[in-house]
Design a binder for this molecule. Structure first.
Ligand code: GDP
Ligand code: MG
Length: 668
């Protein structure tokens, strides 16, 4: 072999995926007593661990000879690279071998020496991996599991001085105030007419050019909840919020909600007073009402830009777009297009023909076809990028929304996207996240189970809130989130929707199992049940309902939930009788001889026995007699005999109040 001194002078170039190029000059070994590889001094190695021999003072050459014996083939020293091997908490034999640029069989042989019979796909722990790596002469960098995320995003990146980028705008507002129409008018396309039921079902993102020449990116969210849940996951996507308020309707509950969401996100608001073409439009009222919510528009001396627009006639749109651009210039939005891309998944779906399709907003850097990306627990190689007009793109820069094809699975809305250098790194990250996700899910299922137990107990005790259990499946994350939040809102103190599970995709057998276990209804929004699931539902008697319009869904659930509400009981006073005398009648017991003072009394009606203005008893009338005959009712002025169900402590002079109870169905 090559003498150690000679070798140690050679610089080694290390090319490791996901890491900058490293040039390492191996440490010069001092040739004093106990020389050798300093790095290995005192370290536990496979051989010391297994043979008990002290390896500390062996020379490199001896180590190499020994290794040669162990692995059974000549170690090609000229190719030998000393690597810093990154070892996570667990690693497969294959991956460890890859990271060391060693053959997997050599690793397996070393493991065998240690008494472990393993295959290349088996997972070993980090201690074992370290022994192997050090035995093969590499240095080791142990990392915690969560370290795999490290360096994925450039956290303290400074975009100052970078190039200006288009603003990303989200349109929010009360339902039917014209969000979709406005976006549509801006794009001059036909989204509104094509939509089922006229409600926005999907998140879309589009770019338009403002009259001043700048580009503006619009995101159409299906609901404020989706907006906020994305934010909750750390995705700050929106720069500016356009709040649509219909001039004929004014500030409504969801308008207020949108204001809170926008303020919480720290995004400036631009008011679009829509539908000014309508004869009953009253934009001034909108301005005044907004004041109550701390929004002072420009024309009233405030800072919030406002524009009167009509999505129908197109009036004011030019000014609105100019306003957006001016607002964004004020904000001095910038991003560096030169770095590797970072973005956020706006929406993702499983397309039958194209596989997983993710709509991603690029926020920094540029994404190129063929790059490897990770988002949430999914990764993929970008196979194609398609812009909002359906045109293929080769690259996408800051603030550009693109559909990305090539993911191996469907990421979630709000997942952040990053580019990585290798499949191995992508796998490492996504496997770690998938594991975390599974653990979270397991924890949630445990939670659902215990809440199910709570639910049963509450039912038995006949107390507290009743739950209306649901399993919800939808075609896209945005809809599922919008529906979940709408359903969560329709409950009250007595009854509430409990969503046991909500997810994207078709209805599966496991959804049915879950529903069956908890007596839940299964809802499919723009998705259907698989054949097996359908059959399972039939067998289990689980109800599946399909919808394609959020409102119909919510209304139906609301109606069924209303049936769980205890009815309102309304009392109708019939009349009052006074007890003149009490008789003992065989078989019947005590019978009150009464005179009806006002109104009437009815057999089977509810009665109250009142003595000295105090209610002594409430119950039902068991007999009502006039002379010897059982009668249905007795009117004021007449005398009669009455007796109570299960109550005999009656006295002359007591009053008997007679009333009916009407149960009235309630609605939420
Ligand atoms: P969204 O629920 O906020 O998305 O509201 P849509 O865009 O679906 O609009 C609700 C209804 O208002 C639709 O029937 C639209 O045609 C109508 N609409 C929207 N904008 C205008 C407008 O500027 N003028 C008039 N007259 N009608 C409008
Ligand atoms: Mg809409």
């Amino acid at each position: 072999g090559v003498p150690a001194d000679e070798e140690s002078d050679r610089k080694v170039v290390i090319r490791r995926p996901g890491m900058p190029l490293k040039i390492i000059a191996p440490p010069k070994s001092p040739r004093g007593p106990g020389g050798g590889n300093r790095d290995r001094r005192g370290r536990l190695t496979v051989t010391t661990a297994t043979s008990g021999e002290d390896e500390r003072f062996r020379s490199d050459a001896a180590r190499r000879r020994r290794l040669q014996r162990l692995t059974g083939h000549r170690v090609e020293e000229k190719e030998k690279l000393i690597r810093e091997v990154v070892i996570p908490e667990t690693i497969t034999v294959q991956e460890l071998a890859n990271r060391m640029s060693e053959r997997a069989v050599d690793v397996i042989k070393l493991l065998m020496k240690q008494g472990q019979m393993l295959k290349i796909t088996d997972v070993i722990d980090s201690d074992t991996a370290q022994l192997i790596a050090e035995e093969l002469g590499h240095t080791v960098k142990r990392v915690a599991e969560s370290d795999v995320e490290e360096g994925l995003f450039e956290e303290d990146y400074n975009d100052e001085g970078a190039e200006p980028r288009p603003p990303v705008v989200t349109i929010m507002g009360h339902v039917d105030h014209g969000k979709t129409s406005l976006l549509d008018a801006i794009r001059k396309t036909e989204v509104v007419r094509g939509e089922a039921g006229g409600i926005t079902q999907h998140i879309g993102a589009y770019q338009v050019t403002s009259p001043l020449g700048g580009r503006i990116t619009f995101i159409d969210t299906p609901g404020h909840a989706a907006f906020t849940s994305m934010r909750a996951r750390g995705a700050k996507v929106t720069d500016i919020v356009i709040l649509v308020v219909a001039a004929d309707d004014g500030v409504m509950p969801q308008t207020v909600e949108a204001i809170s969401h926008a303020k919480a996100a720290g995004a400036p608001i631009i008011i679009a007073i829509n539908k000014i073409d309508k004869h009953d439009a009253d934009p001034q009222r909108v301005r005044t009402e907004l004041l109550q919510h701390d929004i002072q528009v420009e024309s009233m001396g405030g800072e919030t830009l406002e524009f009167e627009v009509s999505a129908l006639t197109g009036a004011g749109l030019k000014e609105l777009l100019e306003g957006i651009q001016l607002q964004s210039e004020l904000m001095d939005l910038r991003a560096n297009p030169e770095v590797s891309a970072e973005g956020t998944v706006i929406e993702a779906k499983l397309d039958r023909g194209r596989g997983p399709v993710a709509t991603v907003l690029i926020q920094r850097g540029s994404l190129y076809n063929g790059e490897i990306v990770v988002a949430g627990a999914e990764w993929g190689r970008v196979r194609a990028m398609i812009d909002d007009t359906g045109e293929p793109l080769r690259d996408a820069g800051p603030s550009v929304p693109v559909e990305i094809l090539g993911f191996n699975g469907t990421p979630d809305a709000g997942d952040r996207l990053a580019v990585v250098d290798s499949e191995a790194r992508a796998r490492e990250i996504t496997e770690y996240r998938a594991r975390q996700k599974r653990e979270r899910q397991a924890a949630r299922t445990a939670g659902a189970r215990s809440s199910l137990a709570d639910m049963m107990r509450e039912r038995q005790e006949g107390s507290a809130r009743k739950d209306y259990a649901l399993v919800l499946k939808g075609d896209v994350q945005g809809s599922v989130e919008a529906i979940s939040s709408a359903l969560e809102k329709i409950g009250n103190d007595e009854v509430q929707a409990r969503i046991l599970h909500a997810g994207v995709g078709g209805i599966t057998e496991s959804d049915i199992t879950l529903a069956q276990a908890s007596g839940a209804l299964v809802i499919g929004f723009n998705v259907r049940a698989h054949k097996e699931a359908r059959e399972a539902a039939d067998r289990a008697g689980v109800d599946i309902r399909y919808y394609n319009i959020i409102y119909n869904l919510v209304d139906d659930v609301k109606e069924s939930m209303s049936s769980l509400l205890p009815p309102n009981l309304r009392e109708e006073r019939l009349g009052e009788a006074r007890i003149l005398e009490v008789f003992d009648v065989s078989k019947i017991g005590k019978v009150a001889g009464c005179r009806v003072e006002d109104g009437r009394v009815e057999r089977g009606a509810h009665v109250r026995l009142i003595r000295d203005n105090v209610v002594i008893h409430e119950g039902k009338l068991s007999t009502l007699k006039r002379f010897k005959d059982e009668v249905k009712e007795v009117v004021a002025g007449q005398e009669c005999g009455m007796s109570f169900e299960n109550f005999e402590k009656i006295r002359a002079g007591d009053f008997i109040e007679c009333y009916l109870v009407h149960a009235e169905k309630r609605t939420l």
